[in-house]
Design a protein around this ligand. Sequence first.
Ligand SMILES: Nc1nc2c(ncn2[C@@H]2O[C@H](COP(=O)(O)OP(=O)(O)O)[C@@H](O)[C@H]2O)c(=O)[nH]1
Ligand SMILES: [Mg+2]
Length: 445
Amino acid sequence: MFELIGESFKSAINKLRFVDDEKALKNALETLKKSLLKADVHHKVVKDLLVLVEEDVKKNGIGQKQFLNALKVNLEYILNVNGKNQGFVFAPKPPTIVLMTGLQGGGKTTSTIKLANYLKLRNKKVLVAACDLQRLAAVEQLKQLCNTNEIELFYIENETNPIEVAKKALEKVNSSMVDVLLVDTAGRLAIDEILMNELKDIKEALNPHEVFYVADAMSGQDGVKTAASFNEALGITGVILSKFDADTKGGVALGIAKQIGIPLRFIGVGEKIADLEIFIPDRIVSRIMGEGDLATLAEKTAAIIDEKEAKKLNQKIKKGEFNFNDFLNQMESIKKLGSMKSLIGMIPGLSNINSELKDLDLDNSKEILHIKAMISSMTPKERENPDLLNNARKRRIAEGAGLSQIEVNRFLKQFANAAKLAKRFSGKKGMDSLMQMMSQARRQF
Ligand SMILES: Nc1nc2c(ncn2[C@@H]2O[C@H](COP(=O)(O)OP(=O)(O)O)[C@@H](O)[C@H]2O)c(=O)[nH]1
Ligand SMILES: [Mg+2]
């Protein structure tokens, strides 16, 4: 997610070969400055960060370790806005009311659905309110998104006044057991008074706990300026940075909190519903430094794993009964965690893993499409029991999937190996074996 910035830190630190070398420190700071500016971090934020890092290093002695520490501590400081919320914060008493704002096309509706999904996975009851009545297709877009993702939507057919919809949605959540109300609103191509007045009226009607501004990462520093204007006119409590996947530089994410005094709360990293990352400064710093982020990974995993199902699966694995249906189910679960790229970045030591695995797209990878084709060519009995697959059956499956027998055999062999490996991990010494495998993997990459 922050590859460029992570790289620039590494190259700055590498300038410090010898301890107590003032010239090397200057060099390292200069390298850092150049690369941060190139990554589109605002120049004032860069300057502040450099002054802090230099002070700390001089105080603690010039060296790589000190430089790294100073960078970590002060980066976290820069990303924090003291006293303000981090990540998603629930109101002391439900329902939590969240108003989503931003320019047209910035990613409000997409982020609203992603947030609804994020909360749903954490067992919260969510209601989305359709208050964008500017674009004809906006309500339709929400209906479709909510429908496919099983999210409850509140809308009023043929209503033209978004404030009415907001009021009625509020009445509804106040009289039912809804945990979070997410209110999607209309945007404009640029800030205008009519839009701001509409938003102010909606805000007054709702009295929301949070007002999120959705900023398009691709608009760079312009996006930061617009966020600041929204903050002045309306008062916002958090920023969601969308389309971060399309922004190779990443600097806006480092500067925005400091620049506008409002914390960055979430980052959108793709068009799919799972492509939303929670932004918590210390965790992000750890990821940038290539140290992983196990806290977020554990949270994500806990949110999608049904404990009962997990136990059942573990029993099956132990008995060597893991079958093709389980495999497909597992794949679906992994998809809910988000992209491979972001998952790998969360595992300590794996951030340098080769990019092939990082770019693995579970929906579109050729291998996975092949595997799915093979499994769909199996009979229900075969899916339940991999041992049934004799040569005649394998031939039939290959034909059905449009693949060669060699490919089918290769997959079945891999599957058997994976099942064996999983069996080993499911035992008492599972964790030890896993650690062993991880350290082997680390040496390979
Ligand atoms: N790649 C990518 N595209 C996104 C992201 N968020 C939104 N989009 C796309 O941006 C476009 C506009 O998004 P939308 O939510 O309709 O914007 P709105 O007008 O602010 O509601 C859509 O095509 C989305 O698929 C993101 O995080 N990554
Ligand atoms: Mg929209």
